[in-house]
Ligand binder design. Sequence first.
Ligand SMILES: Nc1ncnc2c1ncn2[C@@H]1O[C@H](COP(=O)(O)OP(=O)(O)OP(=O)(O)O)[C@@H](O)[C@H]1O
Length: 290
Amino acid sequence: MSRPILEVQGLTMRFGGLTAVSGVSFAARSGEITALIGPNGAGKTTLFNCVTGFYRPSEGIIRLHKPGEPPTELQRLAGHRIARAGVARTFQNIRLFPGMTALENLLIAQHNRLMASTGWGIGAVLGLSGYPRAERQAVELAKRWLTATDLMDRADDPAGALPYGQQRRLEIARAMCTEPALLCLDEPAAGLNPRESDELARLLLDIRAEGTSILLIEHDMGVVMRISDRVVVLDHGVLIADGTPAEVRRNAKVIAAYLGEDEEEVAAADDRRAMPQASAAGLNRSGSNP
Ligand SMILES: Nc1ncnc2c1ncn2[C@@H]1O[C@H](COP(=O)(O)OP(=O)(O)OP(=O)(O)O)[C@@H](O)[C@H]1O
C-alpha cells in the first residue's frame, strides 16, 4: 500500500450557520487517482477549496506529504504558497487567458518558477546566461504538455478559439506545467462528449503513470469508476464511504444518498438491480455549480 500524498483530518468548513463540510477525514495515496464524489451540495467543492487554499477551513488539518520533505500543513498557507508547495488545480468553469495562445497560457503558468530561477528578473535584465536556459526549459515543458494533451498543432491559436474539449485539456496541461505533486481537478469531464471523456480518462491515467497523484471531483460515474484507485463519498458534508470503486458502488449508504432512499431499503435491494441504478442516479443528480 503506497504512502499518502494528502492527509485530511477532521476537516470542517462553516459558512455562518451552514456546515458545508463536517469532520471529514481521509487520505489520498501517492501515485493514485482519488475521486471525491457525492450528490449536489455534498460539500465536494468546499473541501477542494480548502485543500487548494481558496478557503481557510474552520477546523482540521490538511497535510501534503512530498517525498523527501517534511509534511506541509496546507491549511496554514496562503493560496499562492499552496501552489508553490506542489498543489495545482483546475476549475469547474474554464479559467484560461482566452486572448493568449495555448503556448503562452502554459508559459504564464511557469512565470513564478522562471522568475525565481533568474533572480526575479535581474538575470534577464543583465543578460546573464541562466535566463535563456530557464526560458528554453519553460518552452520545452510547455511543448511536452501540449504534445501529451494532443494540442501541439493548436500551440499558436488563441486559447479562447479552441473547442471546449481542447480548452479543458489545455487547463490540465497548464496545471501540469507547474510540475505538481498533487493535481486537483474539479469536474474535468463536465460538458465533454463520450469521445472526449474517453480521451480525458486516458490523459489522467497517463498523468498518474508519470507519478503525479490526482484528486478528482467528478459527476461522470463512467470516468470515476474506470480510472479511480479510490473513491471518497460525501453526503450533506459528511464522509459516508471510502473505498475502491467496486466497494463504493455496492455501499448501501452511497446508493441511498444518490437515490434519496432509505438506507435499509436499499441494503435489502438486489445488488444486480441496485448497481445500474446507482450509476444512473450519479448522472441524474449531477450538475455543476453556477
Ligand atoms: N461560499 C459559500 N457561502 C455559503 N454557502 C456555501 C458557499 N459555498 C458552498 N456553500 C454551501 O455549502 C454546501 C456545499 O456546497 P458545495 O458547492 O461544496 O457542494 P458540491 O458537493 O461541490 O456540489 P455540486 O456537486 O453541486 O458542485 C451547499 O449547501 C452550498 O450551498
